[in-house]
Design a protein around this ligand. Sequence first.
Ligand code: COA
Ligand code: MG
Length: 287
Amino acid sequence: MDLTTHPYRSVLYIPASKERALEKARSLPTDAIIFDLEDAVAPEAKADARETLKSALAEGGYGKRAKIIRINALTTAWGLEDIQVLRNVGADIILLPKVNTAADVDNVADLLGPRMPVWVMMETPLSVFNAREIAAHAQVSGLVTGTNDLTKDLGCRYRSDRLPLMTALQMIVMAARAARGVVAIDGVYNRFRDGDGLKVECEQGRDLGFDGKTLIHPAQIEVTNTAFAPTQSEIDLAERQIAAFKDSQASGQGVAVVDGQIVENLHVVAAERILAKSQAISEMAAE
Ligand code: COA
Ligand code: MG
């Protein structure tokens, strides 16, 4: 799997303890799965959950979906064993919770070995302050926003416009982009039966620059996949911008005009990105 071109519109959490959900995920149209050993699994169920997950991954059937395992923090009683048991079970990415600094990533990266890609939960105020160093860590290829933990730690109120979280959300996207090639995933929408509310929050996340959103329930996948995919009119415009720019260059001009708007080299780069994303999504769908 080429993780650099893989789409990450929908990233579904599945408690590693829930066999039925692990089974169901094999047929859900999600771009990535986070098999969770951390907060979705009760302390007394952690050991069994590891084994359940190990068997599910050995059985396979998850197709092109990126397989991400969220382990417990090394500061807990379970983190080290999570790594020992699940280091070589075929996950594409290991997701670390409760990270505060890039040095926290080092500790786990040493245990995982240099070839295992690492994603980091951005869910503490300190992690947001250190976002730049965390995203720049050589082994980190994704940031996942933990809005529920952030809300708890900040003591802020839930608001549907997420105003209290806006600084954190924007710093996470900025850190990912500054590091180049690092994926930025938005937090979950807790009211999982409220599709309209989810759509609004997906569009806000997309507008902010996130690549996709973490989800807690299968009912959230379709809305999210649509919101984070380029629209047909974005694709059409991108194609016309690329064509118009080529024509202008052929006639010795550095810029073009499409629909009354200037098209410079940077717009062509953005247009090509839209087409590449659309292509990656089509490939994901063609299983
Ligand atoms: N992934 C895959 N399948 C899931 C799922 C998930 N996250 N959540 C629910 N399902 C499945 C159920 O197993 C059920 O499958 P079935 O039709 O084969 O029986 C189906 O979807 C419908 O589930 P539903 O009855 O609507 O949900 P629920 O009331 O059983 O569970 C939650 C609701 C929120 C408890 C559950 O969705 C969940 O555990 N989500 C993940 C929570 C999590 O991981 N949190 C940590 C990060 S914030
Ligand atoms: Mg959390």
